[in-house]
Design a protein around this ligand. Structure first.
Ligand SMILES: [Fe+2]
Ligand SMILES: [Fe+2]
Length: 475
């Protein structure tokens, strides 16, 4: 591989050509990455020409170049947003000091952990989604899946760049380990549980890109505030791509709802059995998928009280969502924040030191943001003249991390005894029968302009192409 001109081959704005150590490290890593893509990336897709957006620079014209590409030839680039001159640290104990261009020794271990944890989620989601191409509901959707996949691959490159550039040998080892852990692998799983769950069908895929990619957005926003400037600049650029992933999720769910509502009106029924017989996804099932993906995703923010969260903030490694827009002192030593706990069988608020509650702060910001899409989905139902409202469940519902672990809470926030939980759980979370039904709908539709029966076409195509454009050529 040494004859490749990496400056050519890997679009970048980090002077790759001039950094020999970094070049050498990436020369070793790239073939392993491509092997991983071959083995764990989108199944059976290596020869397809896919209408993809490739970033070749960070300016508005450069980061969205469209054209048909074979995915293994996708130019996974390395980009940092332009540096801010004399950027200052704006939160935590170092507030007012210059942002770091290299890593202070005392924070090396924590920064490495943060970067590895973020990096691990990127290839994990590609692995989770690797079989979905076989059952795409349209060529348009297939292209969107692949776009998300190559960009998650690029996000892995972004994290590996930081590991190689700033962490020496440890960083190179972590770069290899990122390709060795696999989603759902019993012996060597991905770090975070939500990234070891299956994404078995397209309804799950849309829910995942709406809810779980949005967790990505909030983590990246918090890291974009980091005192370690290269991390801040890398994550800022990743956020531009993340927006499309969430769009795929939001519009995907919206189109499923649209199709269901059309069928409800056509058949004049809201009976799930009748709607399933007609091959669409009844709204209560969509609600159960929302409940599942929302609850699994909010676990990703971590325990409600966390001394690590306090340390990461005070040492300036990880800020809050929109840190710069907040009007407090950005040190937070004297502040408190309400978290929920269970007392005498009821959920009650207690005040805890704000610094220890920063996971909860980020989770609450996330919850506010994810409610926006639910509102827009409800508009689709309302416009169809139907009486049904989708909701997000209470944040204590179906939790596996933090103080609600091992307690049963209904989607309305009522604490339940075990038998009450088991009586109702199939109304609240996808049952085996639900999952089987959704699986039975999955079949491949890829003729340009055609869509599976259970989903409406999109309103517009990608990059102003028509909806029946040949987004994927199969060769
Ligand atoms: Fe990502
Ligand atoms: Fe993403």
């Amino acid at each position: 591989m040494s004859s490749i001109d990496y400056n050519e081959k890997i679009p970048n704005n980090v002077n790759l050509g001039e950094d020999r150590a970094l070049k050498r490290a990436l020369e070793h890593w790239q073939p392993n990455y491509l092997n991983w893509w071959q083995d764990m990336g989108p199944e059976g897709s290596q020869d397809f020409d896919v209408y993809l957006r490739t970033a070749i620079s960070v300016d508005p014209q450069g980061w969205a170049q469209f054209g048909h590409v074979k995915m293994p030839d996708y130019r996974w680039g390395i980009f940092l947003n332009p540096g801010e001159q004399d950027r200052k640290i704006h939160f935590g104990d170092h507030k007012g000091e210059d942002a770091w261009q290299s890593i202070p020794g005392e924070y090396r271990a924590n920064l490495r952990r943060i970067i590895v944890t973020q990096g691990d989620t990127e290839p994990a989601s590609v692995e989770q989604q690797r079989h979905l191409g076989l059952t795409a509901p349209s060529g348009y959707d297939l292209r969107n899946l692949f776009q998300v996949n190559v960009e998650e691959g690029r996000h892995l490159w972004a994290m590996v760049y930081l590991l190689h550039k700033y962490f020496g040998r440890d960083g190179r080892e972590e770069g290899e380990a990122l390709l060795e852990r696999h989603s759902g692998d019993e012996d060597n799983p991905r770090i975070l549980q939500a990234f070891n769950e299956k994404t078995p069908d397209w309804l799950s895929f849309y829910m995942f890109t709406y809810f779980t990619d949005r967790d990505g957005k909030f983590q990246l926003c918090a890291l974009a505030e980091s005192s370690f400037d290269p991390l801040a600049r890398t994550t800022r650029f990743m956020l531009t791509e993340e927006a499309h992933h969430m769009f795929v999720g939001e519009s995907g769910v919206s189109r499923v709802i649209q199709r269901t509502c059309d069928m409800m009106n056509e058949l004049k029924t809201d009976d799930p059995g009748a709607l399933r017989a007609a091959g669409v996804i009844d709204l209560p099932t969509i609600q159960r998928y929302i409940n599942f993906h929302f609850s699994v995703t909010i676990d990703l923010f971590g325990a409600d009280e966390s001394s690590n969260a306090a340390t990461f903030y005070s040492t300036g490694l990880k800020g809050r969502f929109e840190e710069g827009k907040r009007t407090d002192d950005h040190v937070l030593k004297n502040d408190s924040y309400p978290v929920l706990e269970i007392r005498d069988g009821k959920l009650v608020e207690k005040q805890v030191p704000m610094l220890n509650a920063l996971n909860e702060v980020l989770r609450d910001d996330y919850i506010k943001d994810s409610a926006g899409g639910i509102k827009r989905w409800n508009k689709v139902i309302e416009k169809a003249g139907l009486d049904f409202e989708l909701t997000i469940p209470h944040k204590a519902f179906h939790r596996n991390i933090g103080s609600f672990k091992n307690v049963n809470v209904s989607p309305d926030g009522e604490v339940l005894r075990d038998e009450q939980w088991y009586q109702h759980v199939d109304k609240w979370l996808p049952s085996d029968a639900d999952r089987e039904y959704i699986a039975s709908l999955m079949g491949r539709v890829v003729e340009p302009g055609k869509f599976a029966n259970w989903i409406a076409p999109p309103v517009i195509g990608i990059n102003r192409q028509p909806i029946d454009f040949e987004y994927v050529r199969f060769n």
